[in-house]
Design a protein around this ligand. Structure first.
Ligand code: FAD
Length: 462
């Protein structure tokens, strides 16, 4: 008797236009890899779709055969949800079309796009789609989860800028959603992750922007706590055009870092001003003079340069583990706990990433989209980043320990795209008062939980 996956392969073979890759195929080894090496899996079949009809075929056949199925855009799921052992991967990497209507300030992009291709295409028209900060990240997973980035305060979350989705649902049919059409599903797709189907096309609003002012500096020693306190007081009153991020870490061993700082705990500061440089000057002057900053730089950068500057810090194939949360306010005690934790950080590439939300993202009502939390503006992401499998337990333990120390002061909630694969119990917490509505919508569109390799919203019957 044939196994379910063999059955699915036989059925797909005759009618699939893209590539069907199995472990014995030459391309398989490369095609199975995803960004986080901690999530190494061996799918039995990778269906690299050539277009929407292929997606429909793969969904129908896998659902009928009962095959465990993962959906992959950029493969950057920190939790490793875009692959699986022994099942099928619906790989969208051949579906990367981007089409910009400059005059209307609109973009359509396909479900396999990486952020970089959207940035390059929209910049040809002097426009931007607000997205994440690393250009090799997949757009689908990022936008469906919500997304934070450099322009969150000015233009909202990515999902706030989406006006329509086309998707293949669990029965293999195509649906279009917008504020006017299938509005419940439209609501759920803005933050609800990959729970409702395979999105094959996004339609989104764009905004004019070509360049920004970027200021960078390091703060070390006793000044780290002090700069965090300044940041905490300053950001609630900051204009939307300003974003000031702080990463706590060991200073990297690179040429742009003064030799005496390398390997020492620092707050690495990045400030952007997305507007007239003269208007932004007093803000940057103020921030970049606080707490004896070192290696201060300030320059005008193109949007594409900004969007690619962190690409090399987070390469494919390293090992990553994350835990995240929100704070309504950041107490002195939490600041001290984070700063002290740097003394024992096991990997020089690990970072405690701090961002302040608010602005346009904070002004969207809590019930307007499925996205989790807009009321607690301080976002903390603990991101371990290391190379050797032998160091897994030390790195994972460091993140878990720091998280458990900070957790009592956090407000309930978490951003689904900053969660690891072992946090399924936190998914209802991520959506809180939106949870029951999401379960209703999931039960209607995916009653058998076919799309379950995600931060999963289980339908009622399953
Ligand atoms: C280097 C790096 C930088 C990041 N920077 C940011 C950032 O600046 N801001 C931010 O908010 N987040 C950021 N993230 C987190 C990011 O939002 C998530 O990792 C996101 O899931 C990545 O999307 P992807 O398409 O690459 O993921 P994949 O691994 O391909 O998929 C992730 C999830 O989405 C589902 N999915 C993928 N494509 C589709 C589709 N077309 N239709 C339906 N479901 C789909 C998958 O099934 C899976 O459950 C970053 C992550 C990394 C690794």
């Amino acid at each position: 008797m044939k196994s379910a996956i063999e059955e699915a392969f036989s059925s797909l073979k005759g009618e699939f236009h893209g590539d069907l890759l199995r472990p014995e195929d030459q391309e398989y080894a490369h095609a199975r890899g995803i960004w986080n090496a901690m999530a190494e899996r061996r799918p039995a079949l990778i269906a690299r779709c050539a277009g929407v009809a292929d997606v429909q075929r793969a969904v129908r056949i896998a659902a009928a055969a009962g095959v465990l199925t993962a959906v992959r855009c950029g493969g950057h799921s920190l939790a490793g949800f875009s692959t699986c052992d022994g099942g099928l991967v619906i790989d969208l990497s051949r579906m990367r079309q981007v089409s910009v209507e400059g005059a209307a300030r609109r973009v359509r992009f396909a479900g396999g796009c990486l952020l970089g291709s959207i940035d390059v295409a929209t910049q040809e028209h002097g426009l931007v789609f607000p997205s994440g900060v690393v250009s090799h990240t997949g757009a689908s997973g990022l936008v469906l989860g919500g997304r934070f980035g450099w322009l969150t305060r000015l233009h909202g979350l990515s999902c706030d800028n989406v006006e329509g989705f086309t998707l293949v649902t669990a029965d293999g049919s195509i649906m279009h959603t917008s504020a006017e059409e299938n509005a419940e599903l439209f609501w759920a797709l803005r933050g609800g992750g990959g729970n409702f189907g395979v999105v094959t096309e996004f339609e989104a609003r764009l905004h004019p922007l070509r360049s920004l002012v970027l200021g960078e500096a390091f703060v070390a020693g006793d000044e780290i706590s002090s700069v965090l306190r300044h940041w905490r007081e300053f950001m609630p009153e900051a204009p939307d055009k300003l974003k000031w991020n702080l990463n706590l870490r060991l200073a990297p061993d690179t040429e742009d870092v003064p030799a005496h700082l390398r390997g020492r705990p620092v707050a690495s500061e990045s400030v952007i001003w997305a507007g007239d440089p003269e208007e932004g000057r007093p803000y940057l002057d103020h921030i970049l003079s606080l707490c004896k900053p070192v290696a201060v730089t300030r320059r005008v950068v193109s949007y594409v340069a900004l969007q690619t500057m962190a690409d090399n810090e987070f390469p494919h194939g390293r090992r990553y583990y994350t835990k995240a949360g929100y704070f309504k306010s950041l107490a002195d005690g939490c600041i001290e706990q984070m700063v002290q934790a740097l003394a024992t950080v096991p990997s020089p590439a690990t970072q405690i990433e701090l961002a302040y939300l608010g602005g346009a993202a904070g002004r969207v009502g809590a019930g307007e989209t499925a996205f989790g939390d807009r009321g607690s503006p301080f976002v903390v992401n603990l991101l371990a980043n290391w190379t050797n499998a032998s160091e897994d337990s030390a790195n994972v333990a460091w993140i878990r320990n720091l998280f458990s120390v900070l957790r009592p002061a956090m407000s309930p909630g978490v951003y689904v795209n900053f969660m690891s694969g072992d946090e399924g119990d936190r998914v209802p917490e991520a959506y809180r008062e939106r949870w029951d509505r999401l379960v209703q919508i999931k039960s209607r569109y995916d009653p058998s939980n076919f799309f379950r390799l995600n931060q999963n919203i289980r339908p009622k019957a399953v």
